[in-house]
Design a protein around this ligand. Structure first.
Ligand code: SF4
Length: 359
């Protein structure tokens, strides 16, 4: 399956070049690398084969991928990656599907895992009578690369983590079993298609992982603080916090008092929106839930409650209800609101390292 096949599938060379340009820009690749990127992806179109496993998930990452528009990244990705086994979208079923899975295990494939893995008794998440955990271990030790997509697969603490089944992520499972295959974590609930595609393009181009943070996330996608790029940041600085959802005048106000986790969440959500850049949570009026961070959602819930109290040097402990006043006081005192937010999440004081930064 080569590029001619891609083009017969309705993806024009113009669309393809546009996609590569967008992806290269998102990755921050220098212009000189662009031809190499295109060439590497074209060369790789017949490969690598992909096995996409789903454990305890809602299939939201699959849906996210398939819902992408203009150009149809879903079609490009599906063709480009030659997905051989995907329980939600493959046409085959039963023995035919299992045969495809086992045949692909003999090739130089990429493994994508969506959903968390139960570590307790072998009676949860059984597929074809087999614990999901065993299938992941079998495939991961033969794969050239493992991509854990979505918050559930990255550390097991997604929504399925609320169940008492000992949900864990891919990296933890592999570490526990001495498997050293490279794992790249692509959290968020769900993962953005551009993040998945961009990571694959980088890997195909350089044959190595992009620079990763301590959570094994590509820094290019998870290296910036959402709060720093938020379209409501000006409201935060002005001390304008939404308190009443039904008050039209507060519609565009900062969502801190409604539980926004933007001041402690590292993601490019404010720069790269979902669904072909249609929208993202905060812009749609919903506070950030912190889904790109380890510990989501148990350590970030309740999602719509005010954040924890925070400590301001020289001012003392305040809570989110008084944040507006304190931001005003801090501004008068010459203390920046960003500093207030940094203190709020403990970024200033004991630990001055950037979250997600190598330590
Ligand atoms: Fe945006 Fe949330 Fe920060 Fe307010 S607290 S500026 S809504 S990220």
């Amino acid at each position: 399956m080569g590029k001619s096949h891609l083009f017969t599938k309705g993806v024009s060379r113009r669309d393809f070049m546009k996609l590569m340009a967008v992806t290269s820009t998102a990755l921050g690749l220098p212009a000189a690398v662009f031809p190499k990127t295109v060439s590497a992806v074209e060369e790789a179109m017949a490969k690598p084969p992909v096995i996409w496993l789903e454990g305890m998930d809602c299939a939201g990452c699959t849906e996210s991928l398939l819902a992408t528009l203009n150009p149809s990244i879903a079609e490009v990705v599906l063709d480009m990656l030659s997905i051989r086994y995907h329980e939600t979208i493959m046409a085959g079923s039963g023995y035919v599907a299992e045969e495809a899975y086992h045949d692909t295990l003999k090739e130089n494939f990429v493994l994508v895992v969506e959903g968390s893995i139960p570590s307790k008794e072998d009676r949860y998440c059984m597929v074809a009578g087999r614990p999901f955990r065993e299938t992941v271990l079998e495939a991961a030790q033969k794969a050239q690369l493992v991509l854990a997509v979505g918050s559930c697969a990255t550390d097991g603490a997604g929504i399925p983590g609320a169940c008492d089944v000992g949900a864990i992520g891919v990296r933890e499972l592999l570490n526990n079993n001495g498997i050293t295959t490279l794992v790249i974590n692509l959290p968020c609930c769900p993962v953005k298609p551009a993040t998945l595609l961009g990571t694959i393009v980088y890997y195909l181009t350089y044959q190595e992982a992009p620079p990763l943070d301590l959570q094994a996330r590509p820094k290019v996608f998870y290296g910036s603080l959402l709060h720093d790029n938020c379209p409501r940041r000006g409201r935060f600085e002005a001390g304008e916090f939404l308190e009443d959802w039904n008050e039209p005048a507060q519609k565009e106000y900062c969502l801190l008092l409604k539980g926004c986790k933007g001041p402690k969440t590292y993601t490019d959500c404010a720069q790269a929106w979902w669904n072909d850049n249609a929208n993202f949570c905060i812009n749609a009026g919903s506070p950030c839930s912190g889904c790109s961070e380890a510990g989501f959602f148990s350590q970030f819930s309740p999602l719509y409650a005010k954040q924890e109290n925070f400590q301001l040097p020289g001012i003392g402990q305040i809570n989110a209800e008084t944040a507006g006043k304190v931001v005003g006081v801090a501004a008068v005192a010459g203390v920046g609101a960003h500093f207030v937010a940094s203190v709020a999440k403990g970024r200033v004081g004991k630990n001055t390292k950037e979250e997600g930064e190598d330590k």
